[in-house]
Design a protein around this ligand. Structure first.
Ligand code: NAP
Length: 320
């Protein structure tokens, strides 16, 4: 007889970069017989709207939630729309967490980001430092909204004993990303630019000096870590999900990897008149390593190659 599905896991933001990666690893065999997975997007409910959020929870009656839905974007979109990032994300997060509380959800795993950490800080950054000073001015709206998830998680635990926690990924990339050059993150934007430069026989212009440094995590690695956090990680305190400090790369190195993956032979230029954003935000994955000493990340070059191949094969349908 089939095992009863005792866990109903609702994934908000299920149509995005991270949601699609979780859907893939679950479908590829990492789901368990007692788990039913429900992936939702803004088509199912506008989570900035409290009544729609409540109705979504009443419909699906989840026991667990992975909360990914957010207004997300790269540096240049953040600079333009700080107020929108703040308001939309605060509404989404409050509606999801409160509906989860009201409907008796056993566990929620929300998603913060290493770009919400203080701008002036010591490195590497760890989980205890989230609130130790203002974030970088370029994305203060997104950052403060995300930081408040941690405040709410603590509040729901202290007042009601809820197991609501959060993960802190570094820059994520992979299939199903937003490859829009103006609004997207650095890696998918560069992949799109290389694609066009190759097609049009033009130079590749990277925005900024190429010197800032970032830790990138492949969406499929992040997805496997999300499953572990949902099933095993018992703390309310957040946990950084990142490759090691030694795997941090400069934007120039990331661009070089894309150039190799796409076999681009043209010229590489840097437009230093464009903002670099935060110079670095090196995060420590010591806590993760203590829990999962044997976790293997996909090598960066291979993950970049797989992502470029996906983009080229899905050019017509990719978000761009
Ligand atoms: N990408 C990164 O580098 C990165 C790094 C660190 C943390 N994160 C965090 O990871 C999470 C997932 O990010 P992602 O990169 O997968 O984002 P994404 O690809 O832009 O996807 C965003 C998801 O949120 C949904 N959404 C947006 N507004 C909504 C609303 N008002 N109501 C309901 N759903 C809404 C979207 O639904 P539609 O498709 O219907 O619009 C989509 O499924 C976010 O919380 C983000 O802050 C991302």
């Amino acid at each position: 007889m089939a095992e009863p599905k005792t866990k109903r896991i609702l994934v908000t933001g299920g149509s995005g970069l991270v949601g699609k990666a979780i859907e893939k690893v679950v479908a590829d065999g990492e789901g368990r017989p007692d788990e039913e997975w429900i992936f939702v997007s803004s088509k199912d409910a506008d989570l900035t709207n409290a009544a729609e959020t409540k109705a979504l929870f009443e419909k699906h009656k989840p026991t667990h939630v992975i909360h990914l839905a957010a207004m997300v974007g790269g540096l240049f979109r953040n600079i333009k729309y700080n107020l929108d990032f703040w308001r939309r994300n605060v509404h989404i997060n409050d509606n999801v967490l409160h509906s989860a509380y009201e409907s008796g959800v056993r566990k929620v795993v929300s998603c913060l980001s290493t770009c919400i950490f203080p701008d002036k800080t010591t490195y590497p950054i760890d989980e205890t430092m989230i609130h130790n000073g203002p974030p970088h001015s370029s994305n203060f709206g997104y950052s403060y909204a995300k930081r408040m998830i941690d405040v709410q998680n603590r509040g729901y635990f202290e007042q009601f004993g809820c197991r609501f926690t959060a993960v802190i990924p570094t820059n994520v990339f992979g299939p199903h990303d937003n490859y829009n050059i103006e609004d997207g993150h650095v890696l998918p934007g560069l992949i799109h630019k290389v694609y066009l430069a190759k097609k049009n026989g033009t130079a590749l212009t990277v925005w900024g000096t190429g010197k800032p440094r970032r830790q990138f995590i492949y969406s499929l690695d992040l997805a496997r870590l999300f499953l572990w956090v949902l099933r095993e990680y018992d703390e309310v305190e957040p946990i950084i999900l990142s490759v090691g400090e030694e795997d941090e790369v400069s934007i120039r190195e990331a661009a070089d990897s894309i150039v190799r993956a796409m076999d681009f032979k043209g010229e590489l230029l840097f437009d230093a008149t464009k903002s670099d954003g935060q110079f670095k935000k090196t995060a420590s994955n010591k806590k993760l390593k203590a829990y999962l000493p044997d976790f293997k990340f996909t090598p960066f070059e291979r993950a970049v190659k797989e992502t470029c191949d996906w983009f080229c094969s899905n050019y017509d349908v990719a978000r761009k």
